[in-house]
Design a protein around this ligand. Structure first.
Ligand code: ATP
Ligand code: MG
Length: 503
């Protein structure tokens, strides 16, 4: 059956939403049909999450109407939405980390043993969680403490939870930004199953390939407005990008012109105490951008964290400009001229109650001292640089960071580390969650740093990004270095075959 003929499940009409200083949604309408996947696309801050939060009852809309199966609805909160057949996997995880997986699954709706004995039945919780996980193919023990799971596993629990409500509409807001490739495939299988059951799926992502692979229809938003809704079969990637960005984006990678200098960083036989990092050695030059490729779990993140002193080192030495540095902990590493942008910056890098300027300067406060005081002028100048360079979408520097869109929060944290002017910049997935237009700007900043003689070491799971930005690429496999390739002459195939060497 053609998509247009399928029954309309959800209709959002003329939705408006304004926050102080921001018109987040300006007359946006959206129609989702039963048994289809509807992708929502747009730059960071375009209003995707806000539209979904208005549906889900997290935000009250200023005006507009929402119809679910023809009936007008207006959910007061997420509980209300869930009880009426709308579930959502949020962009940011919000879980009780000290409690078990099954507690998290059942939070707010604990099963009772009987109507007359209002106690929570552990057994019921366990059994039903186990049954659902088995059905979805998720291998997690329901009794595991949430906080001991990796972020990607926690995300899978969140997905299972959304599915467990047996909803008609399920919203996925950037579900794959922290999933491994395998888990992503698993999610796509789950989504296909839900679609075949007649659910309407709303899917938000910045990963183009994903969108074209799984969606039936695509709605593109820009600056809080609806731009276009098209059938996924009738549109190309370039066309989507043009509609999202509002201009032609001819190159996805800036041209390189930086000069590579003398040997600067030397890492020798690095092994971790507890994790699987074994005998990794490499060198990096001044002004060089070194990529780190590998499959999930190959030790890429581990390598950066070990260099930075986050995880315990069993043996190995790090030499910077001929002088050994210990980097026993992050503080010492920062003093030695290293900076690390972590993969999970939303969980670990953001000070939600502080504003954008405070979040920007917080790691280099020393630079802003004027006598015993902090120089507001200098802090303001630097924050302005960061906002302009990455086109961070915010009403002002005094805006609380937690009110920014997910992608814009990421940019603020990246700006923070760029401002520390490190000699060695370690970047873990620097463009995750960032829209295509802004990615280009971030690549440009990375290249500028290299041109200034800084060394950049960058982990990425996007191969084209490594090939487009780096000078040289180290390939990790099973915790070891499987090889090293020249980004100019290598191919994706060569990198892939190295990546599976010890896997
Ligand atoms: N609680 C809030 N208070 C103030 N402004 C907000 C709030 N939530 C969102 N905004 C603003 O609304 C606009 C749209 O944000 P939204 O989170 O919907 O973007 P998005 O399309 O989901 O972007 P991303 O791809 O980065 O996640 C942004 O300018 C954002 O700063
Ligand atoms: Mg969002």
């Amino acid at each position: 059956m053609k998509t247009e003929n399928k029954e309309i499940l959800l209709r959002m009409e003329n939705i408006e939403k304004t926050f102080p200083g921001v018109r987040a949604l300006d007359d946006v309408s959206l129609t989702v049909r039963a048994g289809t996947v509807h992708a929502l696309m747009g730059e960071n801050g375009a209003g995707k999450s806000t539209l979904m939060k208005c549906l889900f009852g997290v935000y009250g809309k200023d005006s507009g109407k929402i119809y679910l199966e023809g009936r007008e609805v207006s959910f007061r909160n997420s509980k209300d939405a869930l009880e009426n057949g709308v579930a959502m996997v949020h962009q940011e995880l919000n879980q009780a980390l000290k409690r078990s997986v099954m507690d998290n699954m059942w939070l707010g709706r604990f099963p009772k043993i009987s109507r007359f004995l209002p106690l929570t039945s552990e057994k019921k919780m366990y059994d039903s969680t186990k049954k659902l996980f088995d059905y979805l193919g998720i291998a997690i023990d329901p009794e595991t403490i949430m906080g001991t799971l990796s972020v990607s596993r926690r995300q899978m629990v969140e997905i299972a939870k959304a599915v467990s409500y047996d909803s008609k509409i399920i919203v996925f807001d950037e579900p794959t930004s922290s999933l491994t490739d395998k888990e992503t495939e698993q999610l796509f299988r789950i989504i296909a199953m839900l679609r075949d059951r007649g659910c309407g799926i709303i899917y938000i992502s910045h990963k183009m390939e994903e969108i074209l692979k799984i969606s039936d229809e695509i709605t593109i938003m820009r600056d809080g407005k609806h731009v276009k809704t098209v059938s996924a079969k009738e549109i190309t990637m370039d066309e989507i990008i043009r509609l999202m960005v509002g201009r032609e984006l001819t190159n996805r990678y800036p041209s390189k012109s930086h000069e590579i200098g003398r040997e600067w960083l030397h890492v020798e036989n690095l092994s971790s105490q507890y994790a699987n990092l074994r005998d990794v050695s490499f060198t990096a030059r001044k002004g060089e951008i070194v990529g780190v490729a590998g499959l999930d779990g190959s030790g890429r993140t581990e390598l950066l964290e070990n260099i930075f002193g986050i995880s315990a080192r069993r043996n190995g030495t790090i030499t910077l400009d001929g002088r050994e540095v210990k980097n026993k902990n992050p503080r010492e590493s920062i003093k030695n001229g290293f900076a690390l942008l972590t993969e999970e910056r939303r969980a670990t890098g953001i000070f939600g109650i502080l504003d954008i300027r405070e979040n920007t300067v917080i790691s280099s406060l020393g630079r802003y001292m004027a006598g015993p005081f902090l120089s507001k002028k200098r802090m303001t100048e630097h924050t302005k640089w960061s906002i302009d360079a990455m086109r961070i979408k915010t009403p002002s520097q005094e805006t609380k960071i937690r009110t920014l869109s997910g992608g814009n929060q990421q940019k603020v944290i990246l700006g923070r580390w760029l401002l520390t002017e490190p000699d060695i910049l370690l970047l873990d997935e620097p463009t995750r969650g960032i829209d295509v237009g802004a990615k280009y700007e971030i690549y440009q900043l990375i290249l500028e740093l290299a041109a200034k003689g800084k060394t950049v070491i960058m982990v990425s799971s996007e191969m084209p990004e490594l090939l487009g930005v780096c000078d040289r690429i180290i390939v990790m496999s099973g915790g070891r270095k499987a090889g090293e390739v020249d980004a100019k002459t290598t191919t994706q195939e060569e990198i892939m075959s190295l990546a599976t060497k010890y896997a």
